[in-house]
Design a protein around this ligand. Sequence first.
Ligand code: ADP
Ligand code: MG
Length: 236
Amino acid sequence: MSDVSTKAPVIRLRGVSRTFTGPVDVTALHPTDLEVAQGEFLAVIGPSGSGKSTLLNLLGLLDRPSGGTYELGGVDVASLKDRERTAFRGHGIGFVFQSFHLLPYRTATENVVLAQLYVTRSRARRTEEAVAALRQVGLGHRLDALPPTMSGGERQRVAIARALVNRPELLLCDEPTGNLDSDNSELILRLFEQLHAAGQTIVVITHDHEVARRAGRSVTIRDGVLRDTVEAIGGT
Ligand code: ADP
Ligand code: MG
């Protein structure tokens, strides 16, 4: 690998905040600084209502901050026009959600092929890339399976293959083990560890302490305030 120390961090938040205005304003995220280096595997852990989805939506360019600056891959994303933002999101970020969001009447391969709308690749090349991504997540034997015939863990692996197929700078996951039993969660965590070892930058937002234990670094969010996790995780 090339020299990591000379690279800009993948994520750099400077004083990023989000306030929802209404009869009573709610500051869901207080001014936050966060850097995620290339190749890092970061877990953001916090209880319900702590601001996790707010942070995820900002990191994923699904929402705009009320204040502060966000650089993703060295680009100040506030400078992007709507269409550029959408394209940037399509290329730069692979999303994995708790509920897998697969098309039920399409095979695993077709689900991953369809994620390549933003890239200029021939139909044959899209299929090759989809098969390669499915093999990467250990599903080389399930290429033609339909999602309803797959286990939860297999479905989540299809979703991860779909997120990876465009080689995003950032894999951004929202409660990726939230719908899985412990055996399937374990498979997904091992997959994240493999991807991390291969250099993929991963941010997982979760309330699952096991995920945080397995990540390279974890930060805690509570009442919209992000902190380094200092103590052994446990308790509350
Ligand atoms: P989490 O994902 O950790 O459960 P959220 O980021 O969804 O937390 O919410 C954090 C806080 O912001 C909560 O108090 C929530 O009620 C509030 N909030 C989230 N989205 C909105 C919104 N669109 N309008 C008003 N308040 C919101
Ligand atoms: Mg949430």
